[in-house]
Design a protein around this ligand. Structure first.
Ligand SMILES: [Zn+2]
Length: 316
């Protein structure tokens, strides 16, 4: 199996009233590198796309790009480029991207042109997330440039051209050990599970991920006892509650439980909005320790005090 490290550049409307809601982000460049199963770089792909909607490059995008509107004019239409790109990918591959946006925008543009969707569920590697999990646990959503700098990767070509960014992302991937990579796949949620039978439950070495079905709204989801069940990331058994689920932010919940065999387990649940405006949840269960549990409890107490203060000030 090959790794297709993909990167896109996109443009958007100059202001909201000119935005086409079916395609808020229009792809203007597809770049990728192909790594074989031994992580050797074996090929690259690069194409400029002639935009249909947003022909003027937005200033904040233009300031980082290495080309302008004249270059875009010489590009080819999205559907033509995409077909060529997919053919180039081959038959046995997995996508790798820096962050989760590229696959989402790619599929939105595919939808816009009524192209055949990717098989669902779509597995991929989020290299930005893997960098945070393996290399720099303090980092989150770190920029590609910064990660390249931190890993002392020589910079021999400019950033913000899709193929170059894909190349740098590929070099970061090369620095991870194949054993580390294999287990850290995730699922793209652009086409999120709709029904119970579509739900995704995947067990990894050190965490479990559950992508729920769709709910009409958050209240409906909050009533689903199974969604909020605490289970062990290793054995999948129901575990006893140590700290009940509480809202950490309006759309994220945390809990702590204990598995008789595998110790303390932390749960995280995030609500996400589907592209049709419904709600689904991503629940992860992962190991924690006493200190981790104490921190979660401390945070819960702080939130409780804040809420009480708020209520108090309202009452006065
Ligand atoms: Zn267990």
């Amino acid at each position: 199996m090959n790794y297709i490290v993909l990167d896109l550049e996109w443009n958007q409307a100059c202001n909201h009233e000119f935005e086409n809601p079916r395609i808020p982000f229009e792809i203007i460049e597809i770049g990728a590198v192909k790594l074989n199963k031994k992580l050797k770089l074996i090929d690259s792909y690069s194409s400029i796309i002639k935009p249909k909607h947003y022909k003027k490059i937005q200033p904040h995008i233009k300031s980082i790009l290495n080309y302008d509107e004249a270059t875009l004019k010489k590009g080819r239409p999205f559907d033509m480029v995409f077909r060529e790109f997919i053919k180039w990918c081959g038959t046995d591959y997995i996508f790798c991207t820096w962050g989760s946006m590229d696959l989402s925008y790619l599929q939105n543009n595919m939808d816009y042109y009524y192209m055949k969707p990717f098989p669902s569920p779509l597995k991929y590697y989020n290299i930005q997330q893997m960098y945070s999990d393996i290399i720099d646990k303090e980092s989150s959503m770190i920029k590609l440039e910064k990660a390249v700098e931190n890993m002392a990767i020589p910079v021999d070509r400019p950033f913000h051209s899709a193929v170059n960014d894909a190349y740098y992302t590929g070099l970061i991937l090369q620095k991870l050990s194949p054993r580390d990579i294999e287990d850290r796949y995730c699922y793209d949620v652009y086409n999120n599970p709709k029904e119970k039978e579509d739900e995704i439950v995947s067990y990894h070495k050190n965490y479990m991920e559950h992508i729920s079905k769709e709910y009409d709204d958050k209240n409906e989801a909050l009533k689903d006892a199974e969604l909020f069940s605490m289970i062990c990331y290793r054995c999948g058994k129901k575990i006893s509650k140590k700290i009940k689920w509480y809202a950490n932010t309006p759309n994220s919940y945390v809990c702590v439980g204990k598995c008789w065999y595998h110790g303390l387990v932390q749960g995280k649940l995030r609500f996400k909005q589907s592209k049709e405006g419904k709600i689904f949840a991503i629940k992860t269960m992962l190991p924690t320790d006493k200190k981790g549990m104490e921190n979660i409890r401390k945070r819960q107490d702080e939130l409780r005090i804040k809420r009480q203060e708020k209520r108090h000030s309202k009452a006065n």
